[in-house]
Design a protein around this ligand. Structure first.
Ligand code: ZN
Length: 120
């Protein structure tokens, strides 16, 4: 259940940036190699967010495709899954360049209701 610890770090980072303002949406970039189950992460996020600025916020998970450079031939391949292999020569000695990240990409802060004295 590594989604729970991921949710905890997402909430920690996001509340730090929110500085007490209610958050409507959190966008997270999750590398493909993290093998996150989005529904499990959403569930964990809802639990962890209770009582914070993120309670009720929407969680948007963007899957970042994995890529790596082959140490044998230098060609960069998109990596769909395990085992990681070079698309060009089939080599398995791959330096992963993308797909292991996990970061909070953006926060959408809820707008303060704007009160006007005009009209009505
Ligand atoms: Zn290769």
């Amino acid at each position: 259940m590594h989604e729970l610890s991921i949710a905890e770090s997402v909430v920690r980072v996001a509340t730090c940036h929110a500085r007490g303002r209610p958050v409507a949406k959190v966008a997270v970039k999750a590398g493909h190699l993290r093998q996150i189950v989005p529904s499990a992460l959403e569930f964990a996020f809802e639990l962890v967010a209770v009582g914070t600025e993120l309670e009720g916020a929407e969680l948007e998970i963007e899957d970042v495709p994995a890529a790596g450079i082959c140490r044998a031939c230098g060609i960069e391949s998109e990596l769909d899954g395990f085992p990681l292999s070079c698309r060009s020569c089939g080599g398995l000695d791959i330096e992963v360049t993308r797909g292991e990240e996990l970061l909070v990409d953006s926060l959408e802060i809820e707008e303060e209701p704007v009160l006007t004295t005009r009209g009505a």
